[in-house]
Design a protein around this ligand. Structure first.
Ligand SMILES: Cc1ncc(COP(=O)(O)O)c(C=O)c1O
Length: 410
């Protein structure tokens, strides 16, 4: 048991965790990248293909109606999971990158004018940076950045001068995939709204690991990566405040997103369908519903508590072993993506040696090159944790690091 989670029991639901890699037990510490999937999710996807597979909306037959009902039920579940009262405020797509691009294309390009500003932070994932660069280049808007403080939190001391009436959009990660940092979203949402800006929260890491209530936080847009929260790859989507979705232009055209089509123009369905062109990732979103049920059964409070405990343990053990750990120390202010630098061994070399021991970590810039420059490193090693990880696996990581040190004679 860690906290309220029975990790040993949970692990039994994840077939892949029984695997051996290089003849060692698999120690999977890369869930910030993508999480593993429990049997319940795998079975739900199989069941869909075995019993209900048909395309959505188009059919007037039983199978298509079943598929449509399951898909729309998944939407309602995801809406409820993030505290949205209206399932129609949830658009399904492949996850965070696609969602940010949708807002940048359908909203930002429409409302931004030369001289307007988009405010981001120095710790953003490229998915929450590059789409805004596109929008800024297309409209003449400018990007500005909230700096990072020494301790890995955001330095909000200059917020008043950064967030002004010129700011039309504030984009911020709810939980950094490099530092674990969790900014004060409620405060940032209120500050954005006070100057008439909208807030877009990159929820790729936050939604899998903590209770999120878009209404309580007063968030305008939230991106959701299903594949990081036990769901299939290419599941998830975008929450958007209804009136903003109504104003937004579609991003992709074609398929079932239309109302009427003439040779020279078309009209579109209401949100969310207006943003869902072509055949959707039906089985994936239905599998995501099973993932949400799984997480809800554990309870997101317990999920977060487990993450805080294992993160605190990992930070302590890594520091003892001589690693430099990046990001806040206080686990109240951070999640379980733990980036570190170990004894001047390049993170890629480290990850390769750890792989030989069956330990999967990520090494590189983690799609956050500007943040690497702020931290003054070319790359970091990153261990990240989820509900199926135990302190024993942290010990396995540290043991493997010590063996890497012996190999490199560091
Ligand atoms: C903070 C953050 N934002 C965005 C993404 C991209 O998410 P997706 O894979 O759903 O496009 C990731 C994935 O690593 C992430 O960690």
């Amino acid at each position: 048991m860690i906290g309220e989670l029975d990790v040993a029991r949970i692990r039994k639901d994840f077939p892949i965790l029984e695997r051996r890699v290089h003849d060692r037990p698999l120690v999977y510490l890369d869930s910030s990248n993508t999480s593993q999937k429990p049997r319940q999710v795998i079975d739900r996807v199989s069941e869909f293909y075995e019993r209900h597979n048909a395309n959505l909306y188009r059919g007037v037959y039983e199978l298509s109606e079943e598929a449509t009902a399951m898909f729309e039920d998944a939407r309602a579940r995801l809406a409820q999971f993030i505290g949205a009262s209206d399932p129609g405020s949830v658009i399904f797509n492949r996850g965070t990158t696609e969602s940010t691009n949708l807002v940048a294309h359908g909203y930002a390009r429409k409302v931004l004018r030369p001289g307007d500003e988009i405010l981001l932070t120095e710790m953003e994932h490229h998915s929450n940076l590059v789409p805004w660069q596109f929008a800024a280049q297309a409209t003449g808007a400018t990007l500005r950045f909230i700096p990072l403080a020494e301790d890995g939190t955001l330095d909000l001391s200059g917020l008043e001068s950064l967030l002004t009436e010129r700011t039309k959009l504030l984009g911020v990660s709810g939980m950094s995939n490099v530092l674990g940092t969790m900014p004060p979203l409620e405060r940032l949402a209120a500050a954005a709204h006070a100057v008439g800006a909208v807030i877009v929260v990159d929820g790729a890491q936050l939604v899998p690991h903590a209770t999120v209530d878009v209404q309580a936080l007063d968030i305008d847009f939230l991106t959701i990566s299903g594949h990081k929260m036990l769901g299939p790859t290419a599941s998830g989507g975008l929450y958007g405040r209804r009136e903003l979705l109504e104003r937004m232009d579609p991003f992709l055209g074609g398929g079932e997103m239309i109302l009427e089509v003439y040779p020279d123009r078309s009209t579109f369905k209401a949100p969310p369908w207006k943003f869902e062109a072509g055949t959707m990732n039906i089985a994936e979103e239905i599998g995501l519903a099973a993932a949400i049920e799984y997480l809800e059964e554990l309870g997101m409070r317990a999920v977060r508590r487990h993450e805080q405990e294992i993160t605190a343990y990992a930070i302590a053990r890594l520091t003892e072993a001589g690693a430099t750990v990046f990001g806040p120390r206080d686990v109240e202010q951070r999640g379980g993506a733990v980036s570190f630098w170990f004894k001047d061994i390049h993170p890629h070399d480290l990850a390769q040696i750890l792989d030989q021991e069956g330990v999967c970590i990520r090494a590189g810039h983690h799609c956050a090159q500007p943040l690497m420059r702020v931290l003054g490193v070319p790359a970091t090693a990153r261990a990240s944790f989820y509900i199926y990880n135990s302190n024993d696996e942290v010990d396995a990581l540290v043991g493997a690091l010590e063996r890497a040190e012996a190999i490199f004679g560091a």
